[in-house]
Design a protein around this ligand. Sequence first.
Ligand SMILES: Cc1ncc(COP(=O)(O)O)c(C=O)c1O
Length: 224
Amino acid sequence: MTHVVNWVGQVMPVREIADMAHAHGIEVIVDGAHSFGLIDFKIPDLHCDYFGTSLHKFLSAPIGSGMMWVKRDHIEKLWPLTCYGDPHSKDIRKFEALGTRSFPIEQGIGEAINFHEAIGSKRKQERIFYLKNYWATRVKEIPGVKLHTSLDPRFSCAISGVSIEGITPNQLMTTLFDRYKIHTVGIDYEGVRCIRVTPHVYTRIADLDKFVSAMSEIAANRKA
Ligand SMILES: Cc1ncc(COP(=O)(O)O)c(C=O)c1O
């Protein structure tokens, strides 16, 4: 199950679904790529069996870093895909037999954690949610603009989907980048058609004002 859905940023009720799954003997793997380092939670709170995440997203660790978490009881039965002398070991380190790799990347993770902890998970979540709300409450008033994500803090945090009637996600993404140098991601899957907008702690209010005014101009100039 995806903890924060990457298309529109919906936060899933992972714990409730995991409890239901366990009642039916089903194990739960959580993809926390967009929740880890953003939402203030502890992995065991989710009641999942396995949790995987990138560390280069909201934790801001070097690109190419990630983390796998396995509930202690499940480690022994999980076969490592990289060679390890004792594949049935109960030691989580059996998954770290990766050979020679870039150690600076791994060392950078420590600095990213220091930076994250200097802010604190709760403050970071609140700040990023504030930034999302700042732009989203403004653009939703623009005629033709539609938000694809709830503004309720239980259901979303940093990421929000937004679209302008009559403009495809790809056109909107390209116009924002080419004309305003604003990077967003076009989402066009399974009937979900919008751009994904994602502020981080370093996004400034001035940046968001620029985005809001760009959206106003694009909406006003579109062909009816
Ligand atoms: C929900 C989700 N899971 C996994 C990934 C893959 O992450 P990575 O590119 O760090 O391997 C992404 C990438 O954006 C994602 O959105």
